[in-house]
Write a protein that binds this ligand. Structure first.
Ligand code: BGC
Length: 765
């Protein structure tokens, strides 16, 4: 898919003030011109200046503005991250252009993960939209806002496939599926980089975290990854490759070890696969402090050893440690690292700067000083309408007993819960330069939607957690959870009193945003006890109970699923979250999101994922047998399967028809179903196509997603959806690590979630 942006966005962009006149390009943005320019520049550089280009630093207590100024003057730094205003960025670029000998521009990077000034839903929520056009809008707007702040690069997309809800960073990625993650990653790269990363409103992407960070053992952040090469090649690497094929200029290297080798020291990953097999020409960047960490990993004996190992393994730029600058000169002097190796790494850095257009105009993302916004946080800089639209699409209706939802905009509604009026939580973790004060909470959103037509009684009801240890941990680095001054009982009583007066109770519960973040792994993925108590008390009132979940990972919701009349999964839905949730609750938008991850019943089931192998003893719940693969104290399946999500209308899927029952070598087969909206409301849904290789040289998953299509159907309307299946969809990595499609029978399964599908079969000749 090429990057597409919506009409509304095109209008928004057209309305923005013009920036500095674009000078005719002195340096054409072609690989030939770039290579000649960079070769020439390298000849003029001293060894120290080259090493300086490899250093990426952040402004902070250890690197004050004064310290950085000196470093820039002496060309000891190649790029800056975490600075987000044009004024600050301009000051540093001025220093590079005015004070340094060779006037090599800096580039400026930031974690623009789900928006820059406008927070969109967290990536896990974006994935739940299964809407690539919506994602392209998110990418264009995020790039627009980032470039408008003077940034050139983003540390995104994160395409770490994960089957680990315990892992806090599950919130930053697109879930458990390889195909969905690859599509999402590719779309974000295409939309953020636009036609060229050098364009005024594009930024270069840096796909992360290469590789397999999402498979950390036990879901504990930074932990070990150990997996078979087949699984790595088949399930975990394709999304990084898709992002690179889409042109991502950067790759961030992961912090974990993979089969014993830390990624930062893994020349197989960074050279053999990335450069030789995938022909990647951009830049590799270590993650924060990762070069130093090679010592703790136990693969480097001292700092020099770590630096030698990282550089030789293919890490071009070091993030936030002084190791390259400090130790590379000595290593070169002693002949342990060659100047050629330094040149190679420096060339990659200069190449991306060239591709960003910085040698044509170092201020290309800054424009004229007079154009700097008076107020960086001005309302006019936000894209609220687009954020609301995407947020609505990300929400997943998990349960809706007797059509509890949508609600009427009348009567009395009790809105209860620690997340109901929290601006800080709703924007989610990694919210870049988004300001929580500009976020719309659910309380505000419901007030906006009802506009006085219904009475809304609000009560907080509980703290997100009353566990002091957890509160202290989460508040260590940021104000992640606030504790109410009232006692738990007082809060609970107030909530119950509100519920008793109401026709329906909405409980906004789940996690604080800091609970699903980097370094925020959980061993228990239930709703915290303080909120469980609140739900119990609300349930006891006998009023219809709607649970609105806000969380950054799949949660175990067995009890809540029984208690609630309706459950709406809203993730952390961003700046316009409250309005978007209200749109869904009141039926102004019919929910269409689908889960990008299985929701387990308990932590004991993890890892749980839909595309598992069959085993030699698959469990059949209709004919239970002790000696088959199952738990005797719990069901095998998830509480909510991958791809699942309800609507206010109902859909029916016809049997699958195939264009042929054989597929010739390198041919295609088309698989079609007709989907009918059998309910009374218009609505969208996502048609999902899965394949199974029935007999192969290695055991293959019971199903794998190979195509999806989001469709909109008016009440009563039908649409035929066709998925072309080609040989690439049949391929897998065999025991000899060759990517092959083997002849034989394939099942095609099409449905509106991964568990409930229509099935047909064809033979690959
Ligand atoms: C994270 C990266 C992030 C970097 C810069 C690291 O701690 O692992 O994902 O891009 O910090 O903020």
């Amino acid at each position: 898919m090429k990057w597409i942006y919506s009409v509304s966005l095109a209008v928004t962009l057209a309305m923005q003030p013009a920036f500095a006149d674009v000078q005719p390009a002195q340096h054409p943005l072609t690989p030939q011109a770039r290579d000649a320019f960079v070769s020439d520049l390298l000849k003029k550089m001293t060894l120290d200046e080259k090493i300086g280009q490899l250093r990426l630093i952040t402004v902070g207590p250890e690197n004050t503005k004064e310290v950085i100024r000196d470093m820039i003057q002496q060309q000891q730094v190649g790029a800056i991250f975490n600075t987000v205003t044009r004024q600050d960025i301009r000051a540093m670029q001025d220093q590079a252009m005015q004070l340094s000998r060779l006037k090599i521009p800096l580039f400026f990077a930031y974690d623009v993960i789900h928006g820059q000034r406008t927070a969109f839903p967290i990536p896990l929520g974006l994935a739940a939209s299964w809407d690539l056009d919506a994602l392209a809008d998110v990418g264009r707007i995020s790039a627009y806002e980032a470039a408008d702040d003077g940034l050139n690069m983003t540390w995104a997309p994160m395409v770490d496939v994960t089957r680990e809800p315990r892992w806090g960073r599950v919130s930053e990625g697109f879930g458990e599926d390889t195909y969905l993650t690859a599509e999402m990653g590719r779309t974000l790269v295409e939309s953020m980089q636009g036609k060229s990363a050098a364009d005024r409103h594009s930024v270069m992407t840096s796909v992360k975290h290469y590789a397999a960070y999402g498979a950390v053992e036990g879901g504990r952040d930074y932990n070990t990854v150990d997996m078979s090469p087949q699984r790595l090649l088949q399930d975990y690497l394709p999304p990084y490759k898709a992002a690179l094929d889409a042109g991502s200029g950067g790759v961030m290297v992961s912090l974990n070890s993979l089969n014993g080798v830390p990624a930062t020291a893994d020349s197989w990953l960074l050279k053999d696969i990335l450069r030789d097999d995938w022909k990647f020409k951009g830049i590799t960047i270590s993650d924060h402090g990762a070069i130093k960490e090679l010592i703790k990993h136990g693969v480097a004996s001292d700092p020099e050893d770590a630096v030698r190992l990282a550089l030789k393994s293919g890490v071009n730029m070091s993030m936030n440690d002084e190791y390259y600058s400090k130790y590379l000169p000595g290593l070169v002097k002693r002949g342990e690292v060659s100047e050629q190796e330094i040149d190679d790494a420096t060339r990659h850095v200069l190449n991306v700067k060239y591709d960003m257009g910085l040698f044509n105009d170092p201020y290309s993302h800054l424009g004229a000083k007079e154009s700097d916004p008076q107020d960086t946080n001005a309302e006019s800089r936000l894209h609220r309408a687009e954020a609301r639209d995407v947020a609505r699409k990300s929400m997943v209706l998990l349960k809706n007993r007797l059509e509890t939802l949508p609600l009427k905009k009348s009567g009395t509604i009790a809105l209860v819960g620690p997340l109901a009026d929290s601006q800080n939580d709703i924007i989610g973790s990694w919210s870049a330069a988004a300001v929580s004060g500009q976020a719309v909470t659910l309380l505000q959103g419901m007030k906006n939607a009802t506009d006085g037509k219904a009475t809304i009684l609000y009560a907080k009801g509980a703290n997100v957690t009353d566990n002091k240890g957890i509160q202290d941990f989460l508040n260590l680095y940021e104000n992640a959870v606030n504790k109410d001054t009232r006692s738990a009982q007082q809060m609970l009583d107030e909530a119950v009193a509100a519920a008793k007066q109401a026709d329906v109770v909405i409980a906004a519960v789940g996690e604080a945003r800091g609970m699903a973040h980097e370094a925020s792994s959980r061993s228990d993925i239930t709703i915290p006890p303080s909120q469980v108590k609140l739900l119990d008390a609300l349930k006891a009132t006998g009023k219809p109970l709607v649970i609105v979940l806000m969380n950054g990972r799949p949660l175990a919701l067995v009890k809540e699923q029984q208690q609630a009349d309706a459950i709406l999964e809203t993730w952390f839905s961003g700046t316009e979250g409250g309005n978007a949730i209200a749109d869904v609750l009141f039926g102004d938008y019919n929910p269409s999101g689908k889960l990008p991850m299985s929701f387990p019943r308990s932590v004991g089931q993890i890892p749980i994922y839909y595309n598992h192998l069959n085993t030699g003893r698959p469990y059949n719940f209709e004919k239970p047998n002790k000696y088959t693969s199952h738990y005797y104290d719990a069901a095998n399946g998830p509480l909510f399967p991958f791809g699942y999500g309800l609507s206010y209308t109902s859909f029916k899927v016809s049997p699958v028809t195939l264009s042929a029952d054989t597929m010739p070598r390198d041919g295609t087969v088309n698989a079609s179903v007709t989907v009918t909206n059998t309910g009374k409301r218009d609505g969208a849904t996502v048609v999902q196509m899965y394949l199974r290789d029935q007999v192969a040289s290695i055991s293959r998953p019971v199903k794998e997603l190979k195509g999806f299509k989001r469709i909109m159907l008016k009440a009563g309307e039908s649409q035929t959806v066709t998925f072309p299946i080609d040989v690439d969809a049949l391929k897998f990595w065999n025991a000899r690590l060759q990517q092959v499609a083997e002849p034989g029978k394939f099942s095609v399964m099409i449905g509106l979630d991964s568990a409930d599908t229509e099935e047909a079969e064809f033979t690959y000749l």
